[in-house]
Design a protein around this ligand. Structure first.
Ligand code: ZN
Length: 318
């Protein structure tokens, strides 16, 4: 049986129908409306369109922000306020005629990598996505860790620097505030000023620096850009060392745009894990680049769709 995964973003909605072996059979994308009524209509329309002509067992929406998965409810979604508090299950199920569940987007992406990507060969996976923010998900003994309210796995909001910069969540010095794409751009602006002779400085004097600029300049050997990525990698490693100690994962998969920097950010992170995490957990944990890219959300959401009768996953249990 197939399932539909929906990646609900602040700018676009991506809806895909996925087969039991993780093949994306068809996909529909459209801009995200920012009123609740139009959002529900758009979701229902896209789900029906992509499911048309296929056998479908269920749907799961992957939504950014603070999700109560046990209640299929979105408490807080900073980039999509229109979805907050909407009774998604009650509104959508009668329109689409399919059972629906709601999950945090990073949890869904983690589940995607676990079922079909970088963690498909293991039972214990920690997943981190380094983008504008930092999302996380934890799978232990083959089970997605959701916590009491379905709000668990927020690894990006672990404090790693008590007096660090303000995070989007209101706290200071979260992993997100230290190692996200946003944090790298902030540090790049600061370092550009501190290092007047650098390529980073020259670029910053002409236009705003993007994350990919930092990677490109670092690959070209610019010391200032290299130091920005090295520093972010150290903070990432400090966060990961804690996760390795807590969860004893076989694989730590890292996704998101920042991982384009590859070993420039991952090698300092690996070094910190060796320095800080405990044996034998640190010796087991393998740091891998996530393999599904932007598809992880759709694939993971589809794999989290459940049959309401049996409670089993529509695409099969791992
Ligand atoms: Zn935070």
């Amino acid at each position: 049986m197939n399932a539909i995964g929906v990646d609900v973003g602040g700018t676009k909605i991506a809806v895909g129908i996925v087969s039991a072996d993780g093949e994306l059979l068809d996909e529909v994308r459209q801009p995200t409306p920012h009123t609740s009524k139009r959002l529900i209509e758009a979701l229902a329309g896209a789900i029906q369109e992509v499911g048309n002509g296929h056998e479908v067992g269920g749907v799961c929406l992957a939504v950014p922000g603070n999700i109560l998965a046990t209640e299929n409810r979105v408490i807080y979604s900073p980039n999509l306020h229109a979805i907050e508090g909407v009774a998604l299950k009650d509104e959508l199920e009668p329109r689409i005629g399919l059972p629906l569940t709601v999950e945090n987007d990073a949890n869904a992406a983690a589940w995607g990598e676990f079922r079909f990507g970088a963690g498909s060969d293991v039972d214990h996976l920690v997943f981190i996505t380094l983008g504008t923010g930092v999302g996380g998900g934890v799978i232990t003994h083959g089970v997605l860790m959701r916590g009491a309210q379905g709000a668990g796995g927020e690894l990006g909001h672990t404090t790693i620097q008590a007096t660090g910069p303000r995070c989007s969540c209101g706290n200071r010095g979260c992993l997100e505030a230290m190692a996200s794409g946003t944090a790298i751009r902030r540090r790049a602006r600061e370092v550009a000023i501190e290092k007047p002779g650098s390529a980073l400085n020259r670029l910053a004097s002409t236009r705003e620096i993007l994350g990919e600029d930092v990677t490109r300049l670092a690959e070209g050997g610019d010391e200032a850009a290299l130091s920005v990525l090295e520093e972010a990698g150290v903070w990432l490693g400090i966060g990961l060392a804690g996760f390795v100690n807590v969860f004893n994962p076989e694989v730590v998969a890292i996704g998101g745009g920042v991982v384009e920097a590859g070993d420039l950010i991952l090698n300092p992170a690996r070094r910190e894990i060796q320095l800080r995490a405990r044996s034998p957990a640190r010796d087991l944990a393998e740091i891998r680049v996530a393999t599904l890219g932007a598809k992880s959300g759709i694939l993971g959401a589809a794999a989290l769709a459940r049959d309401p009768e049996s409670g089993e996953y529509v695409l099969g249990n791992p």
